[in-house]
Design a protein around this ligand. Structure first.
Ligand code: COA
Length: 167
């Protein structure tokens, strides 16, 4: 996909859920970027959308009218003192990688985190995920620690880097 093709961003709606699920479930089956091991069904995605809001947005990126990626800011921890800390997720359709969609989504999530008065964004990134690490580094995140052997997928133990951006 050409980098020059304009990407537009908007809040996710219920009508987007099948596309959002399709993008995500591809990575459940093929990648360690998510530690889910079974595709999530319709009920999961309905609850997922309900759990998001203005301060914890779920957004989609469209190119030529087609949803090619999505991103969220979610609660990092439900304890009240953590309320200005959010965790981000970004997923770009597997055949649209490397054309600037991930960066566009993450820039918007950072902008919205600032606008909502959040203090910091945390990302948990499997240590073998070069693209995700490059994207987060590119927009200013730093790795602040690594949890060893906390995941097991595709027959191997996985380390998770904790990345953080103070917004
Ligand atoms: C990580 C992901 C979101 C990146 O999205 P993308 O649209 O392909 O990334 P972009 O094209 O916007 O690239 C952003 C930056 O990361 C770099 N990058 C992207 N993929 C890379 C790769 N495989 N190796 C090295 N750098 C990479 C780009 O060079 C770019 O840097 P630049 O602005 O200096 O050129 C995408 O690969 C993806 O959906 N992966 C699966 C899900 C995932 O890992 N999500 C993140 C965890 S929540």
């Amino acid at each position: 996909m050409e980098k020059s093709t304009t990407v537009s961003l908007r809040d996710a709606t219920a009508a987007d859920l099948p596309r959002i699920a399709e993008i995500y479930n591809h990575f459940v089956r093929t990648s360690t970027c998510t530690f889910a091991t079974e595709p999530e069904g319709e009920g999961y995605w309905k609850s997922w959308l309900e759990a998001h809001s203005d301060v914890h947005p779920a957004i989609v990126a469209e190119r030529l009218g087609d949803v090619v990626g999505w991103g969220t800011l979610s609660k990092w921890n439900s304890r009240c003192a953590y309320r200005q800390t959010v965790e981000n997720s970004v997923y770009v359709r597997h055949d649209a990688h490397g054309s600037g969609v991930g960066r566009t989504i993450l820039d918007e999530l950072i902008r919205r985190a600032r606008a909502s008065g959040h203090r910091t964004i945390v990302a948990q990134i499997s240590d073998d995920q070069a693209a995700s690490k490059a994207l987060h580094k590119r927009v200013g995140f730093s790795e602040v620690g690594v949890l060893r052997n906390v995941g097991f997928k595709f027959g191997r133990w996985l380390d998770v880097g904790i990345w953080q951006l103070i917004v």
